[in-house]
Ligand binder design. Structure first.
Ligand code: FAD
Length: 597
């Protein structure tokens, strides 16, 4: 900083009219931020000392200034520069970044391979911090031929279309079960016939084509928005397939097969995963979650193969919109989630008419003359379906990345890349999101990790991604929100004798005047460490599970105790408040059914 230092009270951070950065400028105490406003005015003022950037840029500038002013022996001492794999006691990465924009002979400071949730977040954040960034994204069509635009799995073939189709099912269910009991759609003639509230609507007719095309139109608008966003943030978008030639060079191939090369100082691999194909004769007749949301015909009678959350979510919304659905389960539902909750989800889905065939896998798929798919199961049973949807897991999309050329090996079980604090075994190559081994396959995790990595690489941050206590929701017809340990996981780790489990069954108020919802119970459970009262896990089954769990996720991150939860005044009447009224322990054997208000 050169020139006159303004009095501290006069320092203002203010937006430059045409950039997201801030100026550190001096202004009269009475002036508003808007008064200080435009870049030209600020640049013309005597008091302006230097354009620095946003908060992170300013901190980084300050760090570098301190580095420069340190005696050279200490600043260059390698013993003082800890490696990127080090972590302090709180699990924070203690990597000392090389600097903001190092000089090098490459095309880009950062090349992000994969323009999904993680890749887009990392590239935009790095660009904001001053790095020269390109993001390479190319969608290889699914085996059934589906392809899509920029944005990765979440927006095109994951969270977004899934949640919209789940919502279609919720609407249909509300129409069938709740609407008549709330008087919605009940005419005066019907009142006479049914006594006003005793009838349920027939399942409403559902148009797959209307749902599909509206969902796809929304996705296309998001694809466009992402492209504009990259342009506005000065990230170069390269719509080509990339593979490593060496640690600083990718070969890229466009849709016509033309090849070129791009070089970079650092690379973040964010290529995500793809559905694992069904491995049996005729397996290619099955579609996957990459195809279902854009299917150009009614799915008809469907077999969902697998008991993953993706399989159950798809089975759930298809049943909700009135299709005949079977789920083939090899072993258990929702492996890795709380067993009691997983079983309740299964029970609820059976109650709404989903057929579960257990302990089987498809042994053969064949096309019938009528265009259906005949499935022979491993137990010899045979049945026919219009659609077979495989959802038996996802595999890291690394097979054709040329990782061997940069000395990176993958986990043979899932083709994912091992990393420590997102750094691979090759120093300038990082990995985030679904393709990182051990990373929860969730959009916000990929986004958060991408932003935090970009800040460490280009913003002087030393904060590492915390993968613990990530809250999430499974959008099955009975939604399931969860954070922390399952009861089974906590029992295995802490021992049953060291836990207190509180639980409660309740009927969500909004369903309580709809008799045909009779099979539906809400449920909540807190798994607590006996000695410390620390909450280890929270589980919720009921409406709006995602909205309910988000705040509890923050509480868990802050290390909340059970006393903190039950000491919180609830919001009435909601289902989230059921957590604040938990008092019955499982060990007591007392009834856990909710009472009145
Ligand atoms: P992706 O989003 O998969 O992006 C990777 C990108 O890289 C893709 O565009 C791919 O085409 C591209 N690519 C791959 N290889 C190359 C290459 N060689 N060159 C150029 N580009 C390449 N998460 C949630 O949080 N909530 C949910 O409700 C939820 N629901 C889901 C439902 C379904 C059906 C599925 C399948 C997933 C769901 N997920 C959900 C998971 C979520 O979508 C992923 O965790 C998230 O998209 C991962 O982001 P990513 O950046 O790691 O990879």
């Amino acid at each position: 900083i050169a020139g006159r230092a303004p009095a501290p009270g006069n320092l203002r951070a203010t937006s430059h009219a045409s950039s997201p950065f801030c100026w550190l400028s001096a202004a009269p105490a009475s002036a508003s931020a808007a008064d200080v406003g435009g870049g030209a005015d600020v640049a013309g003022s005597d008091d302006v000392v230097e354009f620095i950037g946003g908060c992170d840029d300013t901190l980084e500038w300050c760090r570098r200034l301190c580095e420069q002013q340190r005696p050279s022996s200490s600043s260059s001492s390698s013993s003082q520069r800890r490696g990127p794999h080090d972590a302090d006691d709180e699990g924070r990465a203690t990597m000392v970044p090389d600097g903001h924009v190092p000089s090098h002979p490459y095309d880009y400071d950062l090349l992000v391979l994969g323009g999904g949730s993680g890749g887009l977040a990392a590239s935009k954040e790095a660009s904001r911090l001053g790095a020269r960034v390109a993001v390479l994204d190319y969608v290889r069509p699914s085996p059934a031929g589906s392809k899509w635009g920029l944005g990765g799995t979440c927006v095109n073939v994951g969270c977004i279309p899934k949640k919209l189709m789940h919502n279609a099912a919720l609407l249909a269910e509300a129409h069938a079960h709740d609407a008549p009991h709330y008087g919605v759609g009940v005419t005066s003639e019907m009142e006479g016939a049914f006594g006003g509230v005793s009838a349920d609507n027939d399942a409403p007719h559902h148009s797959w084509e209307t749902l599909r095309s509206n969902v796809q139109n929304h996705i296309r608008s998001l694809n466009f928005k992402y492209r504009v966003d990259l342009r506005e943030r000065e990230v170069t978008y390269i719509n080509q397939l990339g593979s490593f030639l060496d640690a600083h060079t990718l070969e890229t191939v466009n849709a016509k097969g033309d090849k070129s090369r791009v070089t970079f100082s650092r690379c973040i691999v964010a290529v995500g995963g793809r559905p694992t194909p069904i491995d049996c004769p005729g397996g290619e007749l099955a579609i996957s979650s990459d195809d279902i949301f854009s299917l150009d015909r009614d799915p008809g009678r469907v077999l969902c193969v697998g008991a993953s959350y993706i399989s159950l979510e798809c089975a759930g919304f298809l049943r909700g919109i009135g299709r005949d659905v079977t789920v083939a389960v090899r072993s258990i539902l929702l492996r890795g989630f709380d067993r009691e909750c997983a079983d309740m989800i299964g029970e609820h889905m059976r109650g709404m008419g989903v057929n579960f065939v257990e302990g089987v896998v498809p042994a053969r798929l064949e096309k019938t003359d009528g265009g259906r798919i005949r499935v022979t199961f491993s137990n010899g049973d045979v049945d026919e379906y219009d659609t077979v949807l495989g959802a038996i897991g996802r595999t890291g999309d690394t097979a054709r990345l040329g990782l061997d050329r940069v000395g990176i090996s993958t986990n043979p079980k899932n083709c994912k890349i091992p990393a420590v604090h997102e750094q691979t075994s090759t120093p300038n190559v990082y990995v985030i999101g679904d393709v990182m081994d051990g990373c929860p396959e969730l959009t916000p995790v990929a986004i958060h990790a991408g932003r935090m990595l970009a800040r460490r690489l280009f913003g002087g941050s030393d904060r590492a991604m915390d993968y613990r206590n990530v809250c999430t929701t499974v959008f099955t017809p009975l939604e399931y929100g969860t954070v922390g340990y399952s009861e089974d996981g906590a029992t295995a780790e802490f021992g049953k004798e060291n836990l207190v489990v509180y639980h409660k069954y309740f009927v969500p108020l909004e369903w309580s005047i709809s008799p045909s919802r009779g099979h539906t119970q809400g449920f909540c459970k807190a798994v607590v460490e006996k000695r410390t009262d620390r909450v280890l896990g929270l589980h919720y089954l009921g409406p709006n599970a995602g909205e309910v769990m988000q705040g509890f996720g923050t509480a868990m991150k802050l290390g909340c105790t059970f006393e903190d939860i039950v000491g919180t005044v609830g919001i009435h009447p909601t289902t989230a408040e059921e957590f604040t009224t938990l008092s019955i322990t499982k060990a007591s054997g007392e009834s856990a059914a909710a009472g009145g208000c």
